[in-house]
Design a protein around this ligand. Structure first.
Ligand code: ZN
Length: 428
């Protein structure tokens, strides 16, 4: 495998993430690629009539998407091969009453979404994007908006007023992380946001019924390192796995099995939403693929495999003590199989063996990760899916640094290896 090919895929990933400002924008990017590759959109409100080889997708509430390719055989005879990932990343969401002025500064109040690393969000160019509910006759439509400009910042206090900033200072999200959006001599309220959205969407302010906006770091992705080792961008957790699964899915050879990629929202806040990993979205989708035959669904699932693809923690040289000395993983050493005795990860000996077999056959390097016995670690959608669907599931991901930072780091080579491994899984 040439380094050039690996770099090309990493650059494509950065472009994809740069365009994926919010979960809904991420789904819109995926949709563009699916349409360009001959997929057609199905709607939950319609009756689906599918046949062998059909390529299709469904979007749930803008920010989640499941796509499928019907296998050459019926799912009850050859099962599903499903890869799941998530479209959301930690962020800050605008509160309903957000805009106020303070001594000439226009500021916005926000609520924390998920678990961002606060110091990574300060002193950098930020922007706003999200969904807007727009009046359409007697009903409404939902449109995406992106301000596409660095319009916000969260400035730190000068060290001269905060001498202990490097020792013990804590950023309080309500007090210290209030973004500044401009300067004014007038009093300003939420009309300011409504006018901004209306201007961007070229609609009347009176047509805006509601909106849901979040902050995003404006800086674009870069390849970094003396030997181009690293990918740096926001939201690598988990848009990198969305991208890897999508690319694998588009490249995979037609199979006996029905191939599925599932991109959920709200993993960072527990997945209990209409289109999160805990929702009925996956099961409803699969049930339609077997024409609502409960028996066929159960037979299909019993023949199926599921990969939950999400970030993994690379060994950090400056914090060596945080890692289990025997089970640490590194960037550019291949996909990571994540294991946890308390089932925070869904990996079992069997599901891991299947993934390892695929990697061995295709000469793809892989690694295994376990936390220190005194560290709880994070969870993924893997265990929710495994327990709800009863499908054999393996949790995998690529080793990364600074997970949940506004600027995360992962390995250029790993992205390629992960795409190859996921493709191998879909063709298994
Ligand atoms: Zn994640």
């Amino acid at each position: 495998m040439s380094k050039k090919e690996m770099l090309k895929l990493a650059l494509d990933l950065n472009q994809f993430i740069d365009a994926s400002k919010t979960p809904s924008h991420c789904v819109a990017e995926v949709e563009k690629k699916l349409i360009a590759n001959g997929f057609s959109r199905l709607y939950e409100t319609d009756s689906w009539k599918l046949k062998k080889g059909d390529k299709f997708y469904v979007i749930k509430h803008e920010s989640a998407l499941i796509a499928g390719i019907c296998g050459k055989k019926s799912p009850k005879d050859s099962g599903f091969r499903i890869i799941g990932s998530h479209t959301d990343s930690p962020s800050f969401k605008l509160k309903p009453k957000a805009v106020f002025t303070k001594d000439g500064y226009i500021q916005l109040t926000t609520e924390v979404y998920g678990g961002p690393i606060f110091p990574s969000w300060v002193d950098r160019e930020l922007s706003l994007a999200g969904k807007v509910v727009v009046k359409k006759g007697k009903t409404y439509e939902i449109r995406l908006v992106d301000m596409e400009k660095p319009i916000l910042l969260i400035p730190q206090l000068a060290i001269h007023y905060n001498r202990d900033v490097n020792e013990s200072f804590k950023l309080n999200p309500q007090e210290h992380l209030v973004p500044v959006v401009g300067l004014t001599d007038k009093s300003v309220n939420d009309e300011f946001i409504i006018e901004m959205i209306a201007g961007k969407l070229k609609i009347k302010t009176s047509d805006i019924l509601n909106y849901d906006l979040e902050l995003y770091p404006y800086q674009k992705g870069e390849i970094c390192g003396i030997g181009n080792e690293f990918i740096m961008n926001r939201g690598l957790d988990n848009k990198a796995m969305v991208h890897a699964s999508l690319e694998a899915f588009l490249e995979a050879e037609p199979s006996d099995a029905t191939l599925v990629i599932a991109l959920y929202d709200n993993e960072e806040v527990g997945s209990s939403t209409t289109n999160g990993g805990k929702s009925s979205f996956s099961e409803d989708f699969l049930e339609r693929l077997v024409n609502f035959s409960r028996e066929d669904l159960l037979r299909s699932v019993a023949r199926s495999y599921y990969i939950s693809a999400d970030g993994a923690h690379a060994f950090h040289p400056n914090y060596a003590g945080k890692f289990d000395s025997m089970n640490k993983v590194y960037m550019n050493k291949g996909p990571v199989i994540k294991i946890n005795a308390n089932t925070n990860y869904a990996t079992t000996a069997e599901s891991s063996a299947v993934f390892e077999m695929i990697c061995n056959e295709r000469k793809i390097p892989y690694q295994k990760f376990v936390n220190r016995a005194d560290v709880r670690g994070g969870g993924t959608i893997g265990s929710m899916i495994a327990s709800n669907l009863g499908v054999r599931t393996v949790d995998v991901g690529n080793a990364m640094l600074a997970m949940h930072s506004a600027r995360e780091t992962s390995g250029v080579e790993d992205h390629f290896w992960m795409k190859e491994a996921l493709k191998g899984f879909l063709e298994y």
